[in-house]
Design a protein around this ligand. Sequence first.
Ligand code: ADE
Length: 305
Amino acid sequence: DNQHQESTESSKPVHPDWEIPRSSLKLGKILGKGQFGEVRMGELRKRGVTETVAVKTLKASAEERDKEDLIGELDILVTVGRHDNIISLVGACTVGGPLTLVVEYAANGCLKDWLRNNRPKELNKTDDKDIATSGILLPMEQLITFGLDIANGMTHLAAMQCVHRDLAARNVLLGKDLTAKISDFGLSRDIYEESEYVKTTKSQLPIRWIAYESLFYHVYTTQSDVWSFGILLWEIMTMGKQPYGRMTGKELMKLLPGGYRLEKPALCPQDVYEVMKTCWETLPENRPTFPELKATLDRIIQDHR
Ligand code: ADE
């Protein structure tokens, strides 16, 4: 994708319909920091009305690659359109200063933090094998609903020919009623013409979430997002544990071909574990699709009521 090679200092907005005047944006406290830049809370004034938003900007030291990723994220959000389970684009400032992406503010922050903050204290101290018999209760319906929300958003994303490539609890945000919203499309790709994305150059991708064929053959499809979705379900059922614990990425890559996979979390219902396991089938075509995951999780929620 070479259509955005020109500097962002150029005078043409990237998506004129979405361009926001910098003067209408007031920046507030920092919500998150990355190596590329930061996300701040913000206030946007539009026709006399003020809206709380989240504002993503690049550091002055950001590399061309980071800039392209942020423009790419803007492109994806424009293409994908509105969906309750995908963070909405509000607009962007692409001329006359640093590249700035403005998105919907998610009042309950990131899913990973929510899981860790709402984790029963006993879960940290108790030995893993004792947890199952400990009587500790998790907000199970809420947890499975997070999974259902994400499967809903991913169904829409997949229908729009978009592969996310970085689906993980850290990249899911929670709205004011705890609606899960998929976010961080910086690594996402439009696969309209090829149906798969073959990554040619190596870069730091999060190994623990990456599908078998992506790790070994650099092929990314919606079905590799399904693998990551399975890991994300595991994160949810452990209230935010690190997948594969202290194992290194190198060790993991040695074990996956022999069929090694994550174990059932102590408090995870068997039917939910069966779902995540199918997401980790070696062959992408043997994994469920997102619409199938939606239907299955919907049924599981009904069964658990
Ligand atoms: N942290 C990162 N992005 C956010 C957003 N859109 N809303 C709330 N917190 C965030």
